[in-house]
Design a protein around this ligand. Structure first.
Ligand code: MSP
Length: 648
């Protein structure tokens, strides 16, 4: 029986805006699947969509659709994209699948029965786009979400909690006993420092919401829906048959590796193992947190207009150009910056010059000098040995690199062979040998060696750039199955094999011209996506003048400013509004000094329900403007006006 291997991509939020950053992880997982399969594993690969939550509910409402109807269309497009990229997944899980919803309810019930879920009141800062709750100390400047930088909302509501704190010691022991569980290793320290240490330590987790409906209902309390992470993470179980196909589930669980982006690693290495521990299920062997692909060192965002989409790259240069670049250019655990010029340079140097050239030279010479027939005449020179040694040793290097999912190192090792082969052409000078009839056997030996090294290359690149591997094999006249182990032996092409000269596999690009062509395509797509419904989500729902009348906004004078005793980012302000004095706690300390504020007139929302912020009462809200580049400025009036004046 073959060994099983289970690998997953993250379960994506349904979006019409998947960019090359999103494709990164899926392309990598797909490469691992093919690699492991070639090594003889029975591999199962899961991907899918994480479809519940407030954001989807709101968007569907805006579009006048049912949430399910709204996501159906998007999910179809995501599947089309994976098809376009030839992603060989085994199961596409949708969190709205009925069998999954049943599993989520059973899991919730089981955790509740065990006493690991209890009811309480939740107070926290909620980021709607990220569907994440944050405690105050985790927030960014101006109460912004530490992940996406957008404003959060303070929320109070009845919620069920998962007793995450109970698993603290077990989790720390897991990291200690299994250092391989979190990769790259430096991410472990980040996790422990940010979520286990400090004032709050590891807190219990809110796992239900009652303020919206679009989710799996809590089985024993219909008012609540299960909060996204239990729902999303357990997709990994449903996909392989949890609750339905016990045999398949037992064959493939625990997962060998979950690939995820660095911002969601905490959910996978803290919450996920704790849930599995509570369910008495074995833990995944590894969570690999890859870095982000930035655009010229900046976060890609549709509103900044700096998004690079996979479709134009695929259309103009093919899927392998994209896959090769993503896997070769960036070191998998770290952030990397995409730049279209860099992409084209790599395409020209590695794919057109190194690989494309080697193939076309080899096949052309075999066609020209020996009627297209590959024949080994065994007339060797000393330097042939070097080529042969490198050819058969690259496989070990690729395997070693892939043990730690270092795609870039694996490809670099293969390219060492490609470059060595090109050098071999220059050393052996087949065009000189061709002029001398006595050298015919040596010439054929040289050409055979080149065809052989290309055959080995075709095996090794198969998991990463399959289409190119197949093109190589077609031009070399190779048929039949590709076996990984065949890359360990030099001399497997049978004498008499006939090459088939084909098209240039990667034409050299005129970079300046191509950048223009690419930008046109990419920008057209960006424009069409900006024009569609998604971008409008920044604007809030329409209100009437009566709704506005409910807001009591006044001009206030700042009398005094104090530091908050427990929070670095908060000021406690004393303000005067006409004859009324008030205390307001505000997260503006990073932007203003006390001197900047005392004596100034500011705008204040007076009738906001009082709350306590880290133990200090706040009675109203100072109004400020913030942009997506982290700037914040307090609002005031154009001319001076007496404090207490109403804004209408
Ligand atoms: N739904 C959650 C995942 C739940 S897993 C049980 C989610 N979805 S997502 O659609 O927002 O993100 C999917 C993946 O895309 C994440 O791993 C995220 O890190 C990745 N990326 C999004 N932008 C990225 C880059 N610019 N670069 C690399 N990966 C990035 O999170």
């Amino acid at each position: 029986m073959s060994k099983k291997f289970y690998i997953t991509t993250p379960i994506y939020y349904p979006s019409d805006n998947l960019h090359i950053g999103h494709t990164y992880c899926t392309v990598a997982v797909d490469a691992v699947k093919r690699f492991k399969k070639m090594q003889g594993y029975d591999v199962f690969m899961t991907t899918g969509t994480d479809e519940h939550g407030q954001k989807i509910e709101e968007k569907a409402k805006e579009m006048g659709m049912e949430p399910k109807e709204y996501v159906d269309g998007i999910v179809e497009n995501i599947k089309k994209l994976w098809k376009m990229l030839d992603i060989d997944y085994d199961y596409f899980i949708r969190s709205t699948d009925k069998d999954h919803e049943k599993n989520v309810q059973n899991i919730f019930q089981k955790l509740y029965d065990k006493g690991d879920i209890y009811k309480d009141e939740y107070e926290g800062y909620y980021c709607t786009p990220c569907e994440s709750f944050w405690t105050e100390s985790q927030l960014g400047e101006g109460h912004t979400c530490p992940d996406c930088g957008r404003p959060t909302e303070l929320t109070h509501e009845e919620s069920y909690f998962f007793r995450l704190s109970k698993y603290k010691d077990k989790l720390l022991k897991l990291y200690e006993d299994h250092p391989e569980f979190i990769e790259p290793a430096f991410r472990k320290n980040e996790m422990v420092k940010n979520f286990f240490e400090g004032e709050e330590g590891l807190e219990d987790l809110s796992v239900s919401r009652s303020s919206f409906d679009w989710g799996v209902k809590v089985p024993f309390d219909e008012k609540h829906v299960v909060y996204v992470w239990i729902d999303a993470l357990s997709c990994y179980l449903t996909a392989i048959g949890f609750g339905k196909d016990e045999k398949q589930f037992n064959d493939f669980w625990p997962a060998n590796v979950h690939f995820v982006g660095k911002e969601i690693i905490r959910f996978h290495v803290i919450i996920w193992p704790a849930i599995l521990m509570a369910l008495d299920l074995p833990l995944p062997e590894k969570v690999f947190g890859h870095g982000w692909i930035l655009f010229d060192n900046d976060k890609m965002s549709k509103s900044k207009g700096n998004v690079i989409y996979p479709e134009p790259i695929i259309k103009l240069y093919g899927i392998d150009a994209l896959k090769y670049f993503l896997l070769r250019e960036f070191s998998f655990g770290s952030d990397g910056s995409f730049n279209i010029e860099k992409f084209m340079q790599r395409l020209n140097s590695d794919l057109a010059n190194d690989l494309g050239n080697l193939l076309s030279r080899t096949v052309s010479m075999i066609s020209k000098y020996n009627d297209g027939v590959i024949e080994d005449k065994n007339v060797c020179e000393d330097f042939d040995e070097d080529l042969k040694d490198i050819s058969v040793s690259v496989i070990d290097e690729v395997e070693k690199a892939m043990e730690h999912y270092q795609f870039s190192n694996a490809l670099e090792a293969i390219w060492k062979l490609i470059r060595r082969s090109n050098k071999y052409v220059d050393e052996s000078e087949p065009w000189v040998l061709a002029k001398d009839d006595d050298k015919k056997d040596r010439l054929n030996t040289v050409l055979y060696n080149l065809a052989e090294s290309l055959r080995i290359v075709s095996v090794l690149i198969y998991p990463f750039i399959k289409e190119t591997s197949l093109k190589l094999r077609e031009q070399l006249g190779l048929s039949g199955e590709i076996n990984w182990e065949d890359a360990r032996t030099f001399g497997l092409i049978e004498d008499g094999t006939k090459v088939k000269k084909g098209e240039v596999i990667f034409p050299r690009l005129d970079i300046e011209k191509e950048i223009e062509r690419f930008n046109e395509e990419n920008e057209a797509l960006l424009k069409s996506r900006l024009g569609n419904k998604e971008e409008k989500d920044d604007l809030k729902e329409e209100i009437t003048i009566d709704d506005f009348e409910k807001l009591d906004i006044r001009v206030a004078e700042v009398l005094d400013v104090d530091n908050h005793p427990k929070a670095d980012k908060l000021f406690i302000l004393k303000i005067k509004v006409g004859d009324i004095e008030r205390q307001i706690v505000s997260g503006i300390k990073d932007y203003y000094s006390k001197e900047d504020l005392v004596g100034k007139k500011v705008l204040v929302l007076m009738n906001l329900k009082p709350i306590k912020l880290r133990g200090v009462e706040s009675n109203g809200m100072i109004l400020a403007a913030s942009d997506d580049e982290g700037k914040l400025t307090i609002t005031s009036t154009l001319e001076d006006i007496k404090s207490g004046s109403k804004i209408s």
